[in-house]
Design a protein around this ligand. Structure first.
Ligand SMILES: [Zn+2]
Length: 133
C-alpha cells in the first residue's frame, strides 16, 4: 500500500445508516450488497412511513436490508419509489403490508427477521408447499 493512502481509505467503512445502528463494514455489506446510493432512497421512504416523516439515520438503517430485498425484485429500477402502508388485521398472518410502486408486499409474522416479500410470491410459495404435502 502506498504510504500516502490514509488508513481509513484502505478499509471499507459501513454506510452512515448502518453505522448509526452500530454496524461494522461487514454487517453493512450483509444488510445490502448494493451501493448505499441505490438502497437508501427506498429505505428512507420506508422509514418515513413506518417510523416518522423525517427519519433519523438510525431509523433509515432499520430498513436498509428490507429495501435491498425489495430492490432485487425490480429490474429495471424505477426512478421514483412510491410506498403506501396498508392496514393489517388483528389476526393477520402478516405484521406489515404495504405497496411499493403498486406491488403489494408483506412481512410474515414469524420468528426472527423476515424480509418483505411480494404477496403474489408468498401465495405461490404456499401453493407449492401444499403440493409437496
Ligand atoms: Zn450500510
Amino acid at each position: 500500500m502506498p504510504a500516502d493512502v490514509p488508513l481509513e481509505a484502505a478499509h471499507p467503512q459501513p454506510c452512515r445508516f448502518c453505522a448509526a445502528n452500530g454496524y461494522d463494514a461487514e454487517l453493512c455489506k450483509f444488510a445490502h450488497e448494493r451501493p448505499v446510493d441505490t438502497v437508501a432512497p427506498l429505505a428512507t421512504k420506508l422509514a418515513s412511513i413506518f417510523q416518522q416523516r423525517t427519519p433519523t439515520d438510525e431509523q433509515v438503517g432499520y430498513f436498509m436490508q428490507d429495501a435491498a430485498a425489495i430492490i432485487s425484485d425490480f429490474d429495471p429500477l424505477p426512478d421514483v419509489w412510491r410506498v403506501r402502508k396498508l392496514p393489517c388485521g388483528v389476526d393477520d398472518e402478516f405484521v406489515m403490508r404495504f405497496r411499493v410502486n403498486d406491488v403489494t408486499y408483506v412481512v410474515e409474522d414469524a420468528e426472527g427477521y423476515n424480509e418483505p416479500v411480494r404477496l403474489a410470491t408468498f401465495r405461490q410459495w404456499q401453493r407449492e408447499s401444499e403440493v409437496l404435502r
